[in-house]
Design a protein around this ligand. Structure first.
Ligand SMILES: [Zn+2]
Length: 210
């Protein structure tokens, strides 16, 4: 049984959504300075690295991240590889021959090369889901969608895909590193920080082979 850590390592040189708050991890107490312990503090966007979007990210009256059901964030998941795809559409998903009754799907695309190559710059041409792909997944009964770049939606048109998924009660997991993951069936464990009232939260995500 193999375990994949599909979480991005949080460092200041990780690509950041344009305009988002910079990542800062700093030690504020140091043993070497005669203090009792080493203590750090962190400042970051909740949408940096591997993270979960709560409905509140796009819907003012939507649930916040602390209210997301853990039973969606943990369980059977399917990793679908779409290597030559630039935009994930409903017609691509129809042809992808998805197994029946999948509730959680993670998309492995050329985006994962960015993590394998430790790219520092933000990509605007990342692969994402079209609004009709979002509708297709909801109609298939999917309740969690994971992507291997920082947004589930195309860079120039964030709202429609997010809105369809979040209104449909789908949990969105973004910033996954699927570069070394073989497509197929796994058990996903994704645990976002319990940030009360937040529109998103950094998460640790792992896949365990089944
Ligand atoms: Zn996000």
């Amino acid at each position: 049984m193999h375990t994949y850590d599909i979480t991005l390592a949080l460092t200041a040189d990780l690509p950041l959504w344009p305009g988002d708050s910079p990542f800062l991890l700093e030690q504020v107490e140091k043993v070497e300075n005669g203090e009792g312990a080493n203590v750090s503090r962190v400042s970051m966007s909740v949408h940096m690295g591997t993270h979960v979007d709560a409905p509140h990210h796009f819907l003012d009256n939507g649930k916040t991240v602390d209210k997301l059901p853990l039973n969606l964030l943990i369980g059977r998941a399917y990793v679908l590889s779409l290597p030559g795809v630039e935009l994930i559409t409903a017609s691509i998903l129809e042809k992808a021959d998805l197994p029946p009754r999948i509730r959680r799907i993670l998309f492995k695309t050329r985006n994962s090369d960015a993590w394998a190559n430790r790219e520092k710059g933000f990509r605007t041409n990342f692969v994402a889901l079209s609004p009709d792909a979002a509708e297709y997944l909801i109609n298939r009964g999917v309740r969690l969608v994971g992507v291997d770049y920082l947004s589930v939606a195309p860079f120039t048109d964030s709202r429609p895909t997010h809105e369809i998924l979040l209104k449909g009660g789908v949990v969105i997991l973004e910033g996954l590193d699927l570069s070394v993951v073989t497509p197929g069936r796994y058990t996903l464990y994704c645990l976002p920080l319990k940030l009360v009232g937040s529109d998103g939260a950094p998460a640790r995500a792992i896949l365990v082979g089944v």
